[in-house]
Design a protein around this ligand. Structure first.
Ligand SMILES: [Zn+2]
Length: 298
């Protein structure tokens, strides 16, 4: 009797990637995830500032800012003790192995009201050595190597890998050629992490859910926090084992990401968590007539 495959989840967060630019800038590895599942725009909740702190908090806790209490990039006053991120909750409640790697300090350290990730099973913070686009590219490179190393040699059930250089580049230089180059570099790094997952010796006995998500967009000149469609439109891509490709039959929102992580691991969502998100809906079924027509030779 063969064992059912072991569920595993990888979430890759790429900060500040405009949805409209995805149609212009080749990101083939992100495209792979979308082609195996879906890639859809996500509107940042109307009550949520289009800032990294609140958006990432919503994505990884599964609750909106009214509950987690992160309203800006200074995280003080938050209620993350009541509404923890999924890596902390899975480690604390279930003793599951979880892993986070990132270079943006408030996600990882007790600075600026952080950390957002309070107690994952394994945590790798990569400090930037300067505040320049080049330094943030170097951080993303080290984050990628760390993710490849951990996913090759350890067995986290749920992981969060954060790439921040695209967003930093927009803040320094606007959404021009350098921003597009940073998007391509992030895609190449995403690809290396995906390759590391597929190269795992135990990959054949595992069932991987992959989620790639951005938190907000940018205005053309670089910058966010406002209400323009360019800032408020984020996106989520996801491929799920056993679920055919296709757009989900329902709107996807940021708090759904954490809910989907729990669902992918077979972890029932306790009503006391009062999540605002729900697992991603399945794709809409193809109409039977269309299916039959496709089988009928012309
Ligand atoms: Zn951001």
């Amino acid at each position: 009797m063969s064992k059912p495959p072991a569920p595993r989840v990888l979430v890759v967060g790429i900060d500040g990637v405009r949805y409209d630019y995805l149609a212009q800038v080749p990101m083939p590895r992100l495209g792979e995830v979308g082609a195996a599942g879906f890639l859809v725009p996500v509107e940042v909740g109307a009550a949520t500032p289009t800032m990294s702190g609140p958006c990432w908090a919503t994505i990884v806790t599964g609750v909106e800012a009214a509950k987690h209490g992160v309203w800006g990039n200074h995280l003080a006053g938050n209620r993350l003790d009541v509404f923890p991120d999924f890596t902390t909750r899975l480690a604390a409640l279930d003793g599951r192995r979880t892993f986070v790697t990132a270079g943006w300090a408030p996600l990882m350290l007790g600075v600026d009201g952080g950390p957002l990730f309070r107690a994952p099973g394994r945590l790798s913070y990569i400090a930037p050595d300067a505040d320049t686009p080049q330094a943030w590219e170097a951080v993303d490179e080290q984050v990628t190597r760390e993710a490849v190393h951990v996913l090759s040699t350890d067995d986290p059930q749920a992981s969060f890998v954060y790439l921040g250089a695209v967003d930093e580049t927009a803040h320094f230089l606007g959404c021009g050629a350098e921003y597009r180059a940073a998007m391509r570099a992030a895609d190449e790094r995403l690809g290396r992490v995906l390759d590391a997952v597929r190269a795992r010796p135990s990959y054949a006995e595992e069932a991987w859910t992959v989620i790639v998500v951005t938190d907000h967009g940018h205005v053309d000149a670089g910058g966010h926090g406002g209400d323009t469609p360019q800032e408020r439109t984020a996106w989520v891509a996801c491929s799920r084992p056993g679920v055919p490709a296709g757009a989900p039959a329902g709107v996807i929102r940021h708090p759904d990401v954490a809910a989907q992580v729990y669902a992918a691991l077979g972890r029932s969502i306790d009503p006391h968590w009062t999540l605002d998100g729900r697992p991603f809906p399945l794709p809409a079924e193809q109409p039977a007539e269309a299916h039959e027509a496709s089988l009928t030779p012309a």
